[in-house]
Write a protein that binds this ligand. Structure first.
Ligand code: NAI
Ligand code: CS2
Length: 480
């Protein structure tokens, strides 16, 4: 193993924390924290991080605190080459899942040094209808926050209360930067925050609409959840024996709309693409990369594959992904020319083949209801309007339905906030078109144009085919 070690030049004491991040998971450590580290090392400034978890993973916060919030990121180019980075940009790590922690986080949100609040709380963390992006005001956690805004549990409640406290103290608002894999993520969060605020205080909602910037961003770096085997492999490869280490691929991309009224780090000098409008990048990434990932997640296991790289070792799967990307996604991306899309597709296939990542398909399969609208279904609608076929997406839907039905039968969890609704929809009959229709009728996931009987029959035929024939023969039978 050829290891390069990049030492940190950041001294946390020299920097105030200008950014509060919510959602201290693997991705934040391996993506945003690395960009912040590089920016601080190059330009200095008061842009250090305060990073918090508001739901799960108090243990990680404790482990970080025990290590003075210093951690390592191991970037694997391939099986033989890796770079280790030490990250010191996190001045503070907080757990804000209890009353005291929430108050501590609110204090950071209202601190005069805080200029930007970033977040990666997963798609489900925003409590939105996946299909429309509308805030689920009836959700118990949102209701809790509407009734107890002084101690909010959700990201939406925290943002509203943080902004309210700033307004009441006569402070400028912070800029809100969503870094989750959602379409128009800034606009979605803005809509949810304003909708919540309206239910609480109309004047506050107006102030937020007028004063607060919500730039959208596209984030990309494959950062698989760590397993015991990963910790052991990293120890062997790098000598780092730490519960806070995280691994990822070498590739990293961050495209951000340049709308930061209270200032921002000089990200453009550290590899971040600052643009006027992120929509085209985001659509390409969500449909090509994440759409392919979800196809692999629901179809790969049918051929016995457990990781992305294992699935890509199968030539019929690689060919299928190329067909999906170039025939079913490319025509929906008018902002890019054919060559750019072919290059992007080939680069993704190479990234997926990085077998040092051991990116588990089971991880990608979770929260399907929150992911499929932006990954497959919006593209499906665009293609259908052009009168074009969607063989790969329909097969993916059949794979996802089979996955839901098999878990419902076995009574094992699919780790999806809509699990109960999905299980109820498939609990009645055998694998028939009616059962498919009852899934397609869930309007929180599926847009109205998908609910037609011809489609249901086609998908139920595919479900049967996936059960009865080897995956490869089904993939090979798709016309290119
Ligand atoms: P992770 O499992 O390591 O961390 C998940 C984070 O979300 C934790 O901080 C957890 O506390 C928080 N969370 C989960 N449910 C929540 C809820 N209901 N309310 C508030 N917080 C909640 O996952 P990871 O890898 O950090 O990914 C998080 C998100 O980052 C993804 O869902 C995606 O949107 C984005 N992302 C991840 C990439 C990856 O490769 N891991 C790449 C690109 C984007
Ligand atoms: C994956 C993404 O877990 C998933 O659903 O598709 O987290 C993917 O790894 C990232 O978006 C890559 O940037």
């Amino acid at each position: 193993m050829n290891i390069t070690v990049e030492a940190s030049y950041v001294v946390p004491e020299q920097h105030q924390a200008g950014i509060v991040h919510i959602g201290l998971g693997a991705f934040h450590r391996a993506h945003q924290a690395v960009y912040i580290e590089n920016t601080l090392a190059k330009f200095g400034g008061d842009w250090a991080l305060v990073s918090a978890n508001i739901r799960s993973n108090v243990t990680l916060v404790e482990q970080l605190n025990n290590a003075d919030n210093v951690f390592h990121v191991v970037e694997y180019a391939d099986q033989n080459t890796a770079t280790v980075r030490e990250i010191r940009a996190m001045k503070e790590a907080l757990f804000a899942g209890d009353t005291a922690g929430r108050q501590a986080l609110l204090q950071r949100l209202v601190d005069t040094h805080t200029k930007i609040v970033t977040m990666t709380v997963t798609e489900k963390g925003y409590f939105l209808s996946p299909a429309t992006g509308t805030l689920q005001r009836d959700h118990a956690d949102i209701q809790h926050d509407l009734e107890h805004l002084d101690s909010p549990k959700t990201i939406i409640g925290l943002l509203v209360q943080g902004l309210r406290l700033r307004r009441d103290a006569g402070l400028e608002p912070f800029t809100v930067l969503c870094c989750d894999n959602m379409p128009h993520n800034g606009k979605r969060v803005q809509k949810a925050v304003v909708s919540f605020a309206k239910a609480f205080d109309v004047e506050l909602a107006e102030w937020i609409e007028q004063q607060v910037a919500f730039p959208s961003s596209m984030v990309d770096r494959i950062v698989p959840a760590m397993t015991d085997a990963d910790f052991a492999a990293i120890k062997q490869d790098t000598d780092i024996d730490s519960p806070t280490v995280v691994k990822c691929e070498q590739f990293s991309q961050w495209v951000v709309e340049d709308n930061f009224p209270q200032g921002r780090p000089q990200w453009e000098a550290c590899g971040v693409q600052m643009v006027e409008d992120v929509s085209a990048y985001e659509m390409m990434k969500l449909r090509m990369l994440n759409g392919s990932h979800s196809l692999l997640a629901y179809l790969g296991p049918l051929a016995g594959y457990e990781t992305v790289a294992e699935a890509l070792s199968d030539a019929s799967i690689e060919q299928f992904l190329r067909l999906y990307m170039m025939q079913e996604v490319a025509p929906t991306l008018p902002s890019f020319d054919q060559q750019e899309l072919e290059d992007y597709c080939s680069a993704l296939i190479q990234r997926f083949k990085n077998d040092s990542l051991k990116h588990r398909l089971q991880q990608i399969a979770m929260d399907g209801s929150q992911k499929l609208p932006q990954r497959w279904l919006q593209g499906w609608c665009d293609l259908s309007q052009q009168g074009m076929a969607c063989q790969a997406i329909e097969l993916g839907l059949a794979g996802w339905m089979l996955y839901v039905m098999q878990h419902q039968k076995a009574q094992t969890s699919i780790n999806d906030p809509l699990e109960k609704t999905l299980f109820e929809a498939v609990s009645q009959s055998e694998y028939t078109a009616e059962k498919v229709a009852s899934l397609l009728a869930i309007t929180d996931i599926f847009p109205a144009p998908l609910t037609n009987m011809a489609l249901c029959k086609r998908i139920s035929g595919l479900v049967t085919q996936l059960q009865q024939s080897p995956l490869q023969s089904t993939l090979n039978s798709l016309s290119s």
